[in-house]
Design a protein around this ligand. Structure first.
Ligand code: ZN
Ligand code: ZN
Length: 349
């Protein structure tokens, strides 16, 4: 009996879709439901301000390819709370689409701590702003197709603390690591182009990354992966220059992660990657509660292999002919560290 009941997320998302049917702009039927402590506070759908004509009656009001006649569903849900004098602080908003940047900013300042969205409305800046503000962003495909949703821990319903400790962290004098941002595309493209020969020695993606637009696509997918809890990508900055990237990809099913990295040639030998990987290990084990984190490095790439060796990883073995690099296959070395083996920041104190 009990397992036939919808989960809370399914229940509230279903209501958001019901709310969306009231939208008055057929360019986007969007619904939103704000919930706290499993109780609905307010709802909203895409619609004109009160007393003004609807798109359905007088047509859209198009500016730059968007209909600007309506308030968005999220905005109407937040405004409804103001209208009735209800605080939504600490609440969750269920939306049938991913919020746009304006809605994301309103969600952050309204004190909402979690966004559950169904459809895709890819806006990299919206994703980025919510991530940096510490708002949990969770994709909930609709209809749920009867499959179990991954058990994402629901954060405590308190005002979010921006995760600055990870997203902006000093490595050494003049060197910083922080969350990769959409506006970094030009810097990424520049560094890749300046280091093409150096990076191409061991990395297969380099030939496919040439323009700023290529970098934008890559960053948008990295941000989406972060929002979907499939990983995190950090940018390493040295005196205003993007020096390299490091990422932790999460395989939720196995509760494990894999770290990758690259660095511009002129910044090698300063320990920047070692310290960044160490931060990713802290994040993966402490915050994401992963069981295992691996690094896979080409057998011939001594510099890359030195990172896990220096950090005390276990050498699991060699994967023969595992990775394709242009016209040849590379042997790869697998290194891993288990949660019990890693000394977390809390234990270091
Ligand atoms: Zn319209
Ligand atoms: Zn919006």
């Amino acid at each position: 009996m009990a397992d036939k009941r919808p989960s809370w997320d399914e229940y509230f998302m279903g209501i958001a879709f019901q709310v969306a049917t009231r939208s008055t702009c057929d360019r986007a039927h969007v619904g939103a439901v704000i919930v706290r402590e499993r109780r609905i506070l307010t709802t909203g759908y895409n619609g004109s301000p009160r007393g003004l004509p609807h798109c359905d009656d007088v047509g859209h009001l198009m500016v730059d390819g968007h209909c600007v006649r309506t308030l968005h569903a999220e905005q109407n849900a937040i405004i409804q709370a103001a209208y009735h004098g209800i605080s939504v602080k600490g609440g969750t908003i269920y939306v049938t689409h991913q919020p746009c940047l304006t809605c994301a900013k309103m969600i952050i300042n309204a004190g909402l701590v979690r966004v559950v969205y169904a459809g895709e409305y890819p806006d990299p800046y919206s994703t980025q702003f919510l991530l940096e503000a510490g708002v949990t962003l969770q994709h909930f495909p609709w209809p749920p197709e009867g499959k179990e949703t991954p058990p994402v821990p629901v954060p405590p319903e308190t005002a979010p603390a921006p995760r600055r400790s990870l997203f902006s962290y000093p490595l050494e004098e003049g060197a910083w690591v922080r969350l990769l941002r959409y506006e970094d595309a030009e810097a990424v493209a520049r560094t890749v182009n300046q280091n093409r020969t150096h990076l191409r020695r061991w990395l297969a993606w380099v030939d496919g990354s040439r323009t700023v637009e290529d970098s934008r696509k890559f960053i948008a997918s990295a941000l989406q992966a972060m929002a979907d809890d499939r990983g995190i990508t950090l940018a390493i900055w040295v005196e205003g220059e993007l020096a390299g990237l490091a990422d932790l990809r999460i395989i939720l099913r196995d509760n494990r992660g894999e770290i990758g990295y690259w660095l511009a040639e002129k910044f090698q030998g300063r320990g920047l990657i070692t310290r960044t990987v160490s931060l990713l290990l802290d994040y993966g084990f402490s915050e994401k509660r992963l069981h295992r984190i691996a690094i896979v490095a080409a057998t011939g790439n001594a510099r890359s292999r030195a990172i896990p060796e220096r950090l005390g990883f276990h050498h699991d073995g060699t994967l023969r002919g595992y990775s394709k690099l242009y016209d040849r296959y590379l042997d790869m070395e697998v290194y891993s560290v288990l949660r019990d083996e890693w000394v977390t920041p809390a234990q270091r104190r």
